[in-house]
Design a protein around this ligand. Sequence first.
Ligand SMILES: Nc1ncnc2c1ncn2[C@@H]1O[C@H](COP(=O)(O)OP(=O)(O)OP(=O)(O)O)[C@@H](O)[C@H]1O
Ligand SMILES: [Mg+2]
Length: 453
Amino acid sequence: MAKDRSRYVCQSCGAVAPKWQGRCDACGEWNTLVEEAVRAVPGARAPRGNGGRARALEPVALRDVQAPAVDRLSTGIGELDRVLGGGLVPGSVVLIGGAPGIGKSTITGGALGNLAGAGHRVLYVSGEESAAQVKLRAERLGAGALSVPVIAETDLDTVAATIEAERPDACVIDSVQTLISPDLGSTAGSVAQVREVAGRLMGIAKRLGVAVILVGHVTKEGSLAGPRVLEHLVDCVLQFEGERERTYRTLRALKNRFGSTDEVGVFEMREEGLVEVADASSRFVEEATGAPGSVVLCAMEGSRPLLVEVQALVAPTELVPPRRVANGVERNRLALVLAVLHRHAGLPLGSSDVFVSVAGGVRVDEPGADLAVALALASAASGTPLASGARPMAAFGEVGLGGELRHVAHPDRRLAEAARFGLEPVVAPGRPAGTLQAALQHALAGAASVRAA
Ligand SMILES: Nc1ncnc2c1ncn2[C@@H]1O[C@H](COP(=O)(O)OP(=O)(O)OP(=O)(O)O)[C@@H](O)[C@H]1O
Ligand SMILES: [Mg+2]
């Protein structure tokens, strides 16, 4: 029965087949056939009055298009609102992706709780957990979360009918992979099902003006069929990152039709749920040890400067090749910094194990971290703390292959953030040195003179 209502379409050439096959007959590509629902649209095939031709539309100049100003819905979670570009847009579809246990249900549950508290109609659709399990989490999150109406359902038709009947302002689907359309024979979570579910919910969202948040799972390899195929469909894609074992989580927008994708929200997982870390820099600077191998990096997270502590440990080893462990910085950039230290700064670490880590579980993916990593390594190798008094040393800048220091974006914002915490002077390209070697000498000499005084 289900079979009659579906067909298989090649994602490469668009050829249609009545049943699944490994290889497309038309283009010869393997594994490209995906099931789709065939829906009879009433009147779609009916002969048209004007000799089969459709009626022409009159285009309207954009300035004359009626666009009523819509108020965004504030989720009551400042960091989430900021990443969304100022709150949820009614009628939009937001996809929140993240590894298992990262806190997707926690943040969406909390957001709905706040919206309900502010007098909005909300609905939480749980396909993964029973209503009782959702309640257990809500009890942790506080009274607001307990007032959220919930249904535990996986049937797409039932969920769609409930949304139509309830007409909430905001609705969370947890998760998009668990809903299943009976029109398709594919299993829940397959590309076909996920696309069908998202497509249907999207139609409802636009028609009724419901802000829909789809929760999606991604594995570390991104291999699970699911959220990836939805990215072009939805209005906004948010990625929840962080290591489960660490308390800090970051939320960033990969795509946003209604705002910038530069913003990053920082959260901490606590007993009472995800707590915003509005001033993450102060947290990290406070924790910075100022011990040998510790340097504060003036990083940029989107448009926001963020101070994080970079720690390095250098230990002699018999191992060949020696260990290179990078946490929070890219392994390739660590290799590059080590090579430049060796070739251009007279610091060979070829017979030492090297460990570099960004404290707090933060990930820094920018070349601007190079100089801080190099300084931390030099400090660790020489056992010299790079602290000016009680304050750890701050740095930023890219290291070039020729041993030169290169400028990175937003130096003014980075310097201002460091100044806010009294971390001065900051070692950066041209401040005072233009090469890695000169910067190292300056930093180590400065530290030695402070200690002598
Ligand atoms: N009592 C608690 N105190 C602190 N943290 C907790 C507590 N209970 C759960 N957690 C944290 O919450 C996380 C689970 O959050 P949540 O269920 O929102 O994640 P999720 O992303 O929805 O997971 P899934 O992919 O399984 O749906 C756990 O990994 C744990 O870190
Ligand atoms: Mg969950």
